[in-house]
Design a protein around this ligand. Sequence first.
Ligand SMILES: [Zn+2]
Length: 172
Amino acid sequence: MQISEKKVVTLTYELYVIGEEDEFEIVEVAGEDNPMVFLFGHSGLPVDFEKNLEGLKEEDDFDFILEPQAGFGEFSEEDIADFPMDMFKIEEGEVPADLLEIGNFIPFTNDDGSQITGRVYEVLADTVRIDFNHPLAGKSLKFEGDILNVREATQDELDHGHVHGEGGVQHD
Ligand SMILES: [Zn+2]
């Protein structure tokens, strides 16, 4: 059975980012003991990830590269926002030690109350610059893995837009 619409796919993968000197750095592994199970079209990964899998079948392997625009998008300077240093003085009027280390993840609340995570990008005298790009934005990604299983989705799974049973959502 080939991977296409209305199929449930179980696969393993290793995700690497490609560094500036073409070296591979591993960022994520879904191995045989914790494979990824998803309804085709609903993986939560970039659309092009799924496009590269279309037509593969059980026991096939894959190995492909997504350029940034096909992955999590280009890195955008517009997604870097400046905040006053005073905002981070949350411990007796002081900025907690280590809070503003470059690369630290900090939770923020949007105007609509939703949570988003930003990363400390740059620390100036009175200003902290926070990066809200996806952590993998601007990166070339390499995916490698094996297709373990392909099956027809049930009508319930199609209606819900996710997988039921092993590796999927468990309903009461
Ligand atoms: Zn469901």
